[in-house]
Design a protein around this ligand. Structure first.
Ligand code: ADP
Ligand code: ADP
Length: 226
């Protein structure tokens, strides 16, 4: 695990107005931070710069005590949890969670130990032989998180993971993500344009507007001083 520190991050596409303009956010180890703001405010761009999918124009991006500006995504040890969860439909829950370990050439016994531990934590141990198609949305989300925790990723990154769900399921999943994040204690950055999500999920909320960080505060502080 590790914190994420953004120092004066700027992103310019071409010669246009900066999509992200001098943003500094210090995310503590284990903290859950929400990036919120209207469409086009720069949330995804910022998240993509953390993951390494987008070049940083200027500023420093630190993960733990390592400057990662020039590191490829695969060398950053982060876990992006995608909206569609990106599970393999033909593989069991067990093999979906095991996948990154198999890629890394882990032994069968190491794979088994880690998959068992992760699935216990995520309350998936009853479902290891099932295929993703037979799981609920919440269970699929947990499989995706399981894949991240077996790798000992330093942080979870979510890009609007609930935006395709109906209101009821979205509410359930929100509760579930918040609960699991606390249980795992893993540094988490979560992008949403949904105010309710922003105010209920995280430890702190970063409000972006036209690429500029407007506020960085706890939900309580934002309620009291909107
Ligand atoms: P959000 O995630 O908050 O909707 P984005 O980060 O997607 O915002 O976009 C921020 C700004 O950067 C917008 O003005 C958008 O049009 C622009 N932008 C995003 N991606 C690109 C790109 N690949 N090329 C040029 N401009 C982009
Ligand atoms: P169990 O009910 O304990 O899962 P199984 O017969 O399914 O019994 O598994 C036998 C062994 O293979 C156990 O060590 C289990 O952890 C492991 N195992 C279970 N499923 C898989 C799988 N899909 N791939 C690899 N090993 C597995």
């Amino acid at each position: 695990m590790a914190g994420i520190q953004m120092n004066n991050i700027v992103k310019k596409y071409g010669d246009g107005f900066p999509a992200v303009n001098d943003v500094s956010i210090d995310i503590a180890d284990g903290e859950f931070v929400i990036l919120v703001g209207p469409s086009g405010c720069g949330k995804s761009t910022l998240l993509r710069m953390i993951v390494g999918l987008e070049d940083i124009t200027s500023g420093d991006m630190m993960i733990g005590d390592k400057r990662v500006n020039d590191l490829a995504p695969r060398d950053r040890n982060l876990a992006m949890v995608f909206q569609n969860y990106a599970l393999y439909p033909h593989l069991s829950v067990y093999e979906n969670i095991a996948f990154p370990l198999r890629l890394a050439g882990a032994s069968d016994s190491e794979v088994d130990q880690k998959v068992r531990d992760a699935s216990k934590t995520l309350e998936l141990d009853e479902h290891l032989e099932r295929k993703p198609g037979n799981l609920s949305g919440g269970q699929r989300q947990r499989v995706a998180m399981g894949r991240a925790i077996v790798r000992d990723a330093d942080a979870f990154l979510f890009d609007e993971p609930l935006s395709n769900l109906d209101a009821k399921l979205r509410g359930q999943m929100r509760t579930e993500i918040a609960r699991l994040q606390k249980k795992l204690g893993i540094t988490t950055v979560y992008v949403t344009h949904d105010q309710t999500e922003a105010m209920t999920l995280g430890d702190r909320v970063a409000v972006l507007k036209r690429g500029v960080l407007q506020q960085l505060a706890t939900p309580r502080e934002l309620y009291e001083n909107p």
